[in-house]
Design a protein around this ligand. Structure first.
Ligand code: DQQ
Length: 513
């Protein structure tokens, strides 16, 4: 086993799991690593009926360093079994992944499970390949690594890593995320017959980093991390399709700063992507970062993302763990041409202690409805009808003295445009945690809103008419109350259902299963 080498590795390795498990902020029905650091979802897939989730993992401690590929599997997308680490950096000064096995994907190469990932060497990453045994438990790195020797010549790039790989007829195609200095983010397109020898085609699409303010919530950044291209409309990628049937997801990055996930709808045809529109993928921004999706055996497109922490680096290291995997989301193309998201229905098996409130009018002025619901592992489902000008607030994780509360707010403008807002300003008395407000538009032309909220200790995932807002909160007072109020105007509560959610990890976990 590697010795502790990093200055942040201050917690002895044999204490990490116990520290992580003792942390009140640790989610219980989201996937988290056994302890240490977790970031991007990798190689998300269903293989012979079993779901596989790989992830960026540092078992040395809760900091990003010498990244390995953690691995877990599931038969139902709800509970996960830890499996041995799939990839770890190879020793030797010349190994292409000496300093980390960064993000990538799993593909089926004629029955052989194959990983395409970014090998990190020094400060740079290059594409590498590893081949798995039929049970996906042992992985052998290809002798040809790196399978692409260098980024495209003659282009000044900002960075170069992460992969989207698919088969089109008899040929493999691959995108590698990058950025062209002075212009914007991009994805370079390659082609191969064997996943080992790749021919460069060109940039699929180039963003314009100067077309809007850098502070904008849809700024496309100077580099695109974790590009993910898929057909959201009918048919399969590369087979005809309408002008907005394809989706190119990327995570906007700038000089080490992980900004937010965005997507273009458009048409992928030939060697390029003709964009139709740009959209924010999750209104929580960096709290749902580096998403990756796959089509499962029933044809559903399922997406996972990385819920970054909102507390200090020192607090993470002390806690012994960092990073939450999102709940798996079914991703569909809505009638308005944007993506719509919903947690997979399988999660409903974790529900217990159902509370149902009958419909009623919520009159503005702020008299709270007595919900009788409390908890820090909850699934809430509301149907609401908002009149123009109405504002409905749902308080979560509220302390008894009312000092701490995380508030989800839905409002309907006079013109019918709706907004979802997460107010974290009173979510924690800890002055060091991120409490920035998050918000985004919600289609609600007739004022009708389906609101789904999953609360799992520090992880909160909200879906309002299919538009997600994900974030982290760190209450200090242990509050669990749920309140509901019309803060302005009039709204009708059509239904309110709440459940307590069970945990998904029963027994003890180990850093190296
Ligand atoms: N994280 C990985 C990279 C990717 C970034 C490294 C996104 O491959 O670009 O852990 O969070």
């Amino acid at each position: 086993m590697t010795e502790l080498t990093h200055p942040l590795a201050t917690v002895p390795r044999d204490e990490l799991v116990a520290r992580a498990e003792a942390d009140p902020h640790r989610p219980r029905f989201h996937f988290v690593s056994p302890a240490g650091w977790l970031n991007d979802p990798n190689g998300v897939s269903q293989w012979n009926g079993t779901y596989h989730l790989f992830y960026q993992y540092n078992p040395e401690g809760a900091f990003h360093h010498r990244i390995q590929w953690g691995h877990a599997s599931s038969t139902d997308l709800v509970s996960w079994s830890d499996l041995p680490v799939a990839l770890e950096p190879s020793g030797g000064p010349d190994s292409p992944d000496r300093d980390g096995c960064w993000s990538g994907v799993l593909v089926n190469d004629g029955g052989t499970p194959t990983l395409v990932y970014s090998g990190r060497h020094g400060e740079h990453e290059l594409p590498c390949v590893a081949v798995g045994t039929p049970d996906l438990l042992s992985w052998a790195k290809a002798p040809e690594n790196p399978v692409i020797a260098a980024p495209p010549a003659g282009v000044e790039i900002t960075a170069y890593r992460d992969h989207c790989v698919w088969r089109e007829g008899t040929i493999w195609r691959q995108l590698v995320g990058s950025g062209i200095r002075g212009r914007g983010g991009t994805a370079f397109l390659y082609e191969s017959a064997d996943l080992r020898s790749w021919g460069y085609i060109g940039p699929l699409l180039i963003g314009d980093a100067a077309d809007r303010d850098e502070a904008a919530s849809d700024w496309t950044g100077t580099m695109w991390e974790c590009v993910d291209l898929f057909r959201a409309g009918p048919g399969t990628l590369g087979s005809g399709g309408g002008p907005a049937d394809d989706v190119l997801v990327f995570s906007a990055w700038n000089d080490g700063d992980t900004r937010h996930p965005l997507y273009w709808t458009g048409q992928y045809s030939g060697d390029s992507f003709e964009p139709a529109a740009l959209h924010r993928l999750d209104y929580g921004g960096r709290f749902f970062y580096a998403p990756q999706s796959f089509a499962d055996e029933s044809g559903r497109r399922i997406m996972f993302g990385w819920l970054q922490e909102g507390r200090s680096d020192a607090a993470m290291v002390e806690a012994g763990w960092s990073g939450v995997m999102s709940l798996p989301r079914v991703t569909t193309l809505a009638a308005d041409g944007t993506l719509s998201f919903a947690p997979v229905p399988e999660l409903e098996q974790l529900r217990s202690q159902h509370v149902h409130l009958p419909g009623r009018v919520l009159a503005g002025g702020g008299t709270p409805v007595e919900t009788g619901v409390s908890g820090n592992q909850l699934d809430l489902e509301l149907e609401l009808q908002l009149a123009p000008g109405a504002v409905v607030r749902l308080g979560l994780l509220g302390s008894q003295d009312g000092v701490e509360e995380t508030a989800v707010e839905l409002s309907r403008g006079s013109g019918g445009q709706g907004t979802l807002r997460l107010d974290r300003t009173r979510s924690s008395l800890d002055p060091l945690v991120d409490v920035e407000q998050k918000s985004g538009p919600v289609p609600m032309s007739d004022g009708r809103v389906h609101l789904r909220i999953l609360v799992d200790h520090s992880a909160v995932e909200i879906f309002a008419n299919g538009k997600p807002l994900t974030a982290r909160v760190y209450p200090t007072l242990g509050g669990e109350s749920v309140s509901l109020t019309a803060a302005a105007g009039t709204a009708r509560l059509l239904s309110f259902d709440a459940w307590t959610m069970g945990g998904i990890f029963g027994g003890a976990r180990t850093l190296f299963p």
